[in-house]
Design a protein around this ligand. Structure first.
Ligand code: ADP
Ligand code: MG
Length: 240
């Protein structure tokens, strides 16, 4: 049985078609990569999956349960967490407090939320920064903070929007290792990623989007030789 099932999702903003008839499934334990040019509709798709936007058409199910009418907090409680492409931590709050916001979705008890937030910070390697203000973090550390906030909701499915985007080269391997560790611990992930080396290294399956549509869904090897993906995104020069 699939963990996530997406059928015929469409979303327009005025004259712009952000998603058109998007359908795919994700099995438990998979790590699915998502690629596509800027504006292809990847972040919008995450918004539709997590209740931050409502589809014009189509359905989303988590283990057979429909999500499309639910609010973000309800979807989060059911076990779907996400990070945002544009980081938005509460800058004046500490790192720990930021992560506790995620933890409070699962428990009203401050002591438990704190314990859960501390565990999440530990698992992303940010425990030593728990009492720093979020604004004092580097970009790479903010990415880890976003991850910790998502993990503190104890998700089954985690959606990562460009986790290596905007960080310097030296920071990328650590973030990639972290994503692999989360996957190895049993989490199911969908990962939007522009760095083809990274995506080839971590994804078992790749979805390619262009102009709001899924143009390919296959193994990394299949995607690399897919004519539409090469034309729309990879270009002829990409040699791995
Ligand atoms: P990607 O994440 O693949 O770069 P997006 O999902 O951010 O793409 O955007 C897809 C298209 O939808 C783009 O043309 C973008 O300008 C448009 N879009 C996204 N969100 C909005 C919004 N809230 N209002 C208007 N247009 C939007
Ligand atoms: Mg995006």
């Amino acid at each position: 049985m699939s963990l996530l099932s997406v059928s015929g999702l469409s979303k327009r903003f005025g004259g712009v078609v952000a998603n058109r008839d998007v359908s795919f499934t994700v099995r438990p334990g998979e790590l699915v990569g998502m690629i596509g040019p800027n504006g292809a509709g990847k972040s919008t798709l995450f918004d539709l999956l997590t209740g931050f936007a409502r589809p014009d058409r189509g359905e989303v199910w988590l283990e057979g349960r429909p999500l499309t009418a639910l609010r973000p907090d309800q979807i989060s409680r059911l076990g779907v967490a996400r990070t945002f492409q544009k980081l938005r931590p509460f800058a004046a709050m500490t790192v720990l407090e930021n992560v506790m916001i995620g933890a409070f979705l699962k428990t009203p008890d401050p002591a438990r939320a704190r314990a859960s937030a501390e565990a999440a910070l530990e698992s992303v390697g940010l425990a030593d920064r728990a009492h720093a203000h979020a604004r004092a973090l580097s970009t790479g550390q903010r990415k880890r903070l976003e991850l910790a906030r998502a993990l503190a909701t104890q998700p089954r499915l985690l959606l990562l929007d460009e986790v290596t985007g905007g960080v310097d080269q030296a920071t990328i391997p650590g973030l990639v290792r972290l994503v692999r560790d989360l996957h190895a611990r049993g989490l199911t992930l969908i990962v939007i990623e522009h760095n083809m080396r990274v995506i080839m290294e971590i994804a078992q399956r790749i979805l390619a989007l262009q102009l709001g549509e899924v143009i390919a869904d296959g193994t990394p090897a299949e995607i690399l030789r897919d004519r539409r993906v090469i034309d729309a995104y990879l270009g002829e020069s990409w040699k791995g």
